[in-house]
Design a protein around this ligand. Sequence first.
Ligand SMILES: NC(=O)NCCC(=O)O
Ligand SMILES: [Zn+2]
Length: 703
Amino acid sequence: MSSDNNNDSQMCIPGMGENKPRPRVLGTSFFGYVPDAFSNDGPDFPSAKATVSSASPLVNLSGPSPLPVPIATETLPDDINPDSTKFEANSRGTTEEAFNESAQNRLIIKNGKVVNSDSVEDVDIYVEDGIIRQVGNNLIIPGGARVIDARGRYVFPGGVDTHTHFQLPFMGTCSIDDFYSGTKAAIAGGTTTIMDFVIPQKGQSLIEAYNEWRNWADENACCDYNFHVAVTWWSEQVKEEMAELVRNHGVNSFKIFMAYKDVFQLNDKEIYEVFEWCKELGAIAQVHAENGDIIKENCQKLLAAGITGPEGHALSRPEDVEAEAVNRACVLANQVDCPLYVVHVMSISAAKIIAEKRAQGNSVFGEPIAASLATNGTHYWDRCWRHAAAHVMGPPLRPNKETPDVLMDMLGRNDLQTTGTDHCTFSSAQKALGKDDFTKIPNGVNGVEERLMLLWDRGVVTEKLTPSRFVAVTSTNAAKIFNLYPKKGVISVGSDADIVIWNPNKSKVISAQTHHSKCDFNIFEGMECHGAPEYVILGGRVVVDEEEMKVVQGYGQFVPTDPFPAYVYDTIKVREEDRKPKGVNRDGTSSGLGDVLPPQLKATVPANNGEASVPAITPEPKEQVSPTPQSPVPNGADYSTPTRSYHASHFTRAPTVSGGRNMQDTTFSLSSDYPSADDCDEDNKTSIAVKAPPGGRSSGPFW
Ligand SMILES: NC(=O)NCCC(=O)O
Ligand SMILES: [Zn+2]
């Protein structure tokens, strides 16, 4: 529920520097605490020991269900946050012994349609101690677990929001949603992991800034989280601190700004060097792509011409100013074979450049956000200043009303890969800092709560996205790119039990009156979404229970990310090898071109112009994954029969005992001479495995 409207106290920076970072008790290894998750012998459930010697019977899920055991509702009073409790413990694993030793840490989700990025299956899920222990049918599980009947519902991995700014000190104020309200809103919408940005001031130590952000998040986050770190200045110290963050602080991504001149913006030489260093460290380089020099000039001209309102913001940052920067960032990153992730893709022109560069083999990923996928920039011309200012963000929303649809189509085709929100909210009072000058309006909009509902309504219901593609772009791809996979982004044995049970037949109307953000405005106000979360499970705990919020302040865990994500860097290695410069051996005996042309030149050479016959490099056209059940597969393979047979052909290791994908398997395959950034991505396949498919639209009558 929206509250605290226009409250000055919201502009402070709560808890700044008071606490030390909280150690992660479970260790940095994804699966250190699930030693047998991948063994064919089957998982050794902690509860099994108790089960054998106790009266608790084994339950066969194909038989009658045991009575549901309601999960503990938090009982600690919390005056400040009435619908949550404060988590007093250091970790959710160690101090909640009572929870862990009781049946309440066991959960069975039955009868749902389980959607992963590469499959849709009618299977049950058994969760114990925060981890998915079994996936399949006729599971043999310990008794006394809570049962959730998911009949008629989809069940998919918790959302991963790649882009938030909670309590960001910015433009003379601080974004109003802190790590408590922001993550609560995330959970309400089905997102269980957020990735926020540490943004040091120019000249500030990156480690010091990182520790500040960790303090804010560690005490308050209701959902899991980690950090990208912005490189806002450049020096030897910054280089060393980037290495330190990668080595010892679980950071594997760094963002540079091409905008915010004189504040955060780096020049091209610096950007080149940051990219080169990211590559060396095995990190992902991220870019806020807008030409800050042009924006500065435009702003001065507009203000001089008397345009001071929010429309000036849009006019100062036209689409080609974004597209130019995206292109430049791609060129720079490509010189040093650095993987590039373009945050908040706001325009068709920018998205097209990403698609073109990917088709040329660049390692580049594009992240449209909830705002660019569901609304447009005509709002900047609204007669109400408050309304127009509420939409101010950079890059701006585009006045072209086609933009959201085109970006959604491009997500469906894998021209774009992930979705975030750039959730960075400012109250109307905060936005009013720029009432006489649009350049002073704090930039930022909401979206962390609405992202999944908007993606489902505008993507799946319209058949631009299949349910599997929805999962890919709301969690799996992000998890793969940032090396969180398979801990996050998949429902499989050994993964964190971050699960959403989604009712495709439920409708919700978005409103600032009912949202969980502290902001007094919602840019999606009045939009009706078909499909909404009914249950959200985080680390095995039911935090949205039939729509009732049961979040716990501080329950969220920091999730460290390792460098060199295989999903990204396997391709980079191949590409780098392919493009290694080689000199020409001029022995005087040959005329014409040698056989050492680099691949990027070969494509432009007529076949008979040299000694070697040179195939043109034509990337495979990307097909939309059709939502039509059991669609024909080009090579004639029948992927409609048992899902795991598809896996068997695609993966090299044996499946797990329940038939799940072996998480140690690589997703990388040398399927083409010249792979694009994620040819290894099963989401690119022209078909997905569908078992007892829902058919047609996701709303309306269900199977
Ligand atoms: N995007 C925006 O307008 N605000 C958040 C800061 C940033 O990402 O530029
Ligand atoms: Zn941002």
